[in-house]
Design a binder for this molecule. Structure first.
Ligand code: SF4
Length: 80
C-alpha cells in the first residue's frame, strides 16, 4: 500500500511533501509530483503538509483517482 498524489497537485507542485518524506520516495514529474508506491512506508507525513490536499492513502482514494496510482507506477517504470 502507498500514498498517492492526485489532481490538486497538477500545475501546483508546491513540493513540501518532498522535504518531509523520510524515505525520499517523492519525485518531481512534468505536471505533478509522484510517490513511488514500492518505496512509500505509509507514514502519512506528506499528506499532513500538502497545502492543496492532493495526497491520499491508496485505500481512501476516490475511484476516479485510481489513475494517479497507475500514473505513479508508470513514472517510476513499474511493470503493471
Ligand atoms: Fe513518503 Fe511517508 Fe508520504 Fe510515503 S507516506 S510518500 S513514506 S512521506
Amino acid at each position: 500500500m502507498a500514498y498517492v498524489i492526485t489532481a490538486p497537485c497538477l500545475g501546483e507542485k508546491f513540493g513540501e511533501c518532498v522535504d518531509v518524506c523520510p524515505v525520499d520516495c517523492i519525485a518531481e514529474g512534468k505536471d505533478q509530483y509522484f510517490i513511488d508506491p514500492d518505496i512509500c512506508i505509509d507514514c502519512g507525513a506528506c499528506q499532513a503538509v500538502c497545502p492543496v490536499d492532493a495526497i491520499f492513502h491508496e485505500e481512501d482514494m476516490l475511484p476516479e483517482d485510481e489513475m494517479y496510482l497507475q500514473k505513479a507506477r508508470e513514472f517510476f517504470g513499474a511493470a503493471e
